[in-house]
Design a protein around this ligand. Structure first.
Ligand SMILES: Cc1ncc(COP(=O)(O)O)c(C=O)c1O
Length: 370
């Protein structure tokens, strides 16, 4: 199998561990071990202390799966397969697709959502949002509908969306499901940023809950501030599909890391505290960004997104955003992500607002603005 290098990961590999101000990350400020263990209840602390470092159950620790289903209204533990988040994409695409299939994928996006399919020999059409000067990025259902053909096998969506922070409303999501159901297409829904809606009333049910041919990915890396655990999950009511994904996992990781499963369980049992902390960081940072972009409205076009830890503002000066970001990181140590890494015009950049040092990063940026 041949696969194109992951542009965003390569860019991160170059700068992530040397640039002091990462103003582009999509995760929330990671919890420390002691933060997490402080949140543990007595029984999970005992699980942690008595943990045997053996292999674990391939579908995922039963207690972890029981905790995962609490994030949904109508998912049962046997509809959950624990995977590394990125691995979940790889496994699901390999089970859903064959050479020659056509798929529609939200773009610009997390590269593996399209790249794994490309490497399998599929044809991809990107459902792109439009940039509206008044409202920022907008996904239109009619644009998606135009891309669907009689050969379309799968719709891949990612809401809340990386990198724009867009969400669909309930009626739009129902329309996507209706389009898929009418044509007997599957939906893969990347829901890694679910629970980071800035207003909880915007949170939608998982696609796996509302569509019998839906499969959803989520995990602890973004909303739960635990990316280092490498814990995610696939959920689906399609038992045959989930079973074949589980069989495929025997060729990737077989089972998850035992310590990560127990730490993940501790995190999910303390989800209220963790989510509250993350939303507080995000809200404070968004207020600072509103002020910053207001002050520099002649340089940047900014629209506060409705969800997630990321947004994709526009650079208004006459300079390719890639050189702007290169110069900025060199002069100030502040890292932004130029949109060409997502296959988009050299005009937009991804900014991340889930980290605690955003105020310092903004101050550095302000000192080196042009
Ligand atoms: C939309 C989306 N899906 C999946 C992933 C993969 O998560 P992880 O890096 O924890 O494997 C990411 C990570 O950035 C993402 O943004």
């Amino acid at each position: 199998m041949k696969i194109t290098p992951f542009a965003l990961e390569r860019y991160f590999a170059k700068h992530e561990f040397t640039a002091p101000y990462l103003l582009c990350c999509s995760d929330c400020e990671a919890l420390t071990m002691s933060d997490l263990l402080t949140l543990a209840d007595e029984s999970s602390l005992r699980l942690w202390q008595d943990l045997k470092l053996g292999y674990t159950e391939s579908m995922g620790h039963p207690l972890l799966r029981e905790e995962i289903v609490q994030l949904y209204d109508s998912i049962t533990p046997n509809e959950v397969l624990v995977t590394v988040p990125e691995e979940g994409i790889y496994i699901a695409m390999n089970n859903l697709l064959q050479q020659g299939d056509h798929i529609v994928v939200t773009g610009p996006g997390y590269q593996s959502l399209s790249e794994v399919a490309t490497s399998l020999g599929c044809n991809i059409s990107f459902w792109m949002p439009k940039w509206e000067e008044r409202n920022g990025w907008q996904f239109k259902i009619e644009d998606m509908l135009c891309l669907v053909t009689k050969n379309t096998k799968l719709i891949v969506i990612n809401f809340p969306h990386n990198p724009t922070g867009c969400v669909l409303c309930e009626a739009e999501m129902n329309k996507v499901v209706e389009i898929a159901r009418e044509r007997n297409m599957s939906i893969f829904s990347d829901e890694m940023y679910r629970y980071l809606e800035h207003d909880p009333s915007l949170r939608l049910p998982s696609v796996a809950e509302i569509y019998e041919k839906g499969i959803a990915l989520s995990g602890l890396s973004k909303s739960f501030a635990l990316p280092g655990l490498r814990i995610g999950w696939l959920i689906s009511k399609d038992k045959t599909l989930l079973q074949s994904c589980a069989y495929f996992k025997d060729y990737t990781t077989i089972c998850s890391s035992a310590p990560s499963e127990v730490l993940g369980l501790i995190g999910l049992r303390a989800k209220e505290q963790i989510l509250k902390r993350n939303i507080e960081i995000i809200s404070k940072n968004l207020n600072l960004l509103d002020t910053f972009f207001n002050r520099y409205a002649h340089l940047f076009a900014w629209h506060r997104p409705l969800a997630s830890t990321i947004a994709l503002p526009k650079l208004l000066i006459n300079k390719p955003v890639t050189s702007y970001c290169d110069d900025l990181i060199e002069k100030s140590g502040v890292m932004l992500l130029p949109a060409p890494l997502f296959g988009l015009d050299d005009q937009y950049f991804r900014i991340g607002f889930g980290r605690k040092n955003l105020p310092e990063a903004l101050a550095r940026w302000e000192a080196h603005l042009c």
